[in-house]
Design a protein around this ligand. Structure first.
Ligand SMILES: *Cc1c(COP(=O)(O)O)cnc(C)c1O
Length: 245
């Protein structure tokens, strides 16, 4: 006999519901990126979409993968490593680590991720380089910039980007690809856009010095429009794809 209480509480989506929901959300995100890019006079092909799957079960990731999504972002080292192991049958999946990096987690991050988008200290970069050499793989690196200057956020200041970039660039098996930032939440967009423009300027300078630099990761579910119209080449969408956490 069916227990009505249990049925009421557990609102588990069927596979079809999950697939339909994620398919629709991915399509809506791509449409939005395309239309904002067009308005801003940008080519939508320059902008990649990362699906941020932190805290979400692996069947959510599989559902997105089946719709052609390849780039996934995770914030917690252990969770990334577990999902990477569980989903190793998904060919061409591209794992990005986007969370704060503790020294004692660099080994599992380096093993599971092909991109590490939150590097903000030379010490961490050196450890990642050492792991990459012993794993015989290369790691794509973004430097995280604390663009709003808030105490609660990781990242180097804009003024420190050049020094860190020149050191990271020299490290074996690390491929310097660009910058990432998580701005504070602002009530009006003026400050946000100012910070995105600063990031974009810094990114352009870096590109002129290092030919490998091609990625500016800005924009989450709430500020997608501003990010795409101000130079982002990699947006990171969690809620917009997988729902609230
Ligand atoms: C969680 C997270 C995201 C996704 O945030 P949403 O608001 O759910 O889109 C993007 N970037 C980073 C670094 C995150 O930690």
């Amino acid at each position: 006999m069916v227990n009505p209480l249990v049925n009421k509480r557990q609102k588990i989506m069927s596979k079809k519901e999950l697939t339909d929901t994620i398919t629709n959300r991915l399509a809506a995100a791509h449409d939005k990126i395309t239309s904002v890019a067009q308005t801003a006079g940008r080519n939508a092909d320059e902008i990649k979409l990362m699906a941020v799957s932190k805290t979400k079960p692996t069947d959510y990731i599989v559902a997105a993968y089946e719709q052609g999504q390849r780039i996934f972002g995770e914030n917690y080292a252990q969770e990334l490593h577990q999902k990477w192991q569980q989903l190793d049958m998904l060919e061409e999946i591209e794992w990005h680590y986007i969370g704060p990096i503790q020294s004692n987690k660099t080994a599992i991050i380096a093993e599971a991720a092909s991109w590490i988008d939150s590097v903000d200290r030379l010490k961490i970069a050196k450890r990642l380089s050492t792991h990459a050499v012993s794993l015989n793989k290369s790691l794509n690196i973004l430097l995280q910039v604390n663009i709003s200057g808030s105490d609660s956020k990781s990242g180097v200041s804009l003024a420190e980007v050049n020094d860190l970039a020149s050191e990271v660039y020299k490290l074996p098996q690390l491929n310097l690809r660009g910058l990432m930032a998580i701005p504070d939440q602002y009530d009006d967009n003026e400050q946000l856009i100012k910070e995105f423009n600063l990031m974009n300027g810094c990114f352009s300078e870096l590109q002129q010095q290092y030919p490998s630099v091609d990625t500016l990761s800005l924009g989450m579910s709430a500020d997608l429009t501003e990010a795409v119209s101000h130079g982002s080449t990699l947006v990171r969408l969690g809620t917009a794809i997988f729902g609230a956490r």
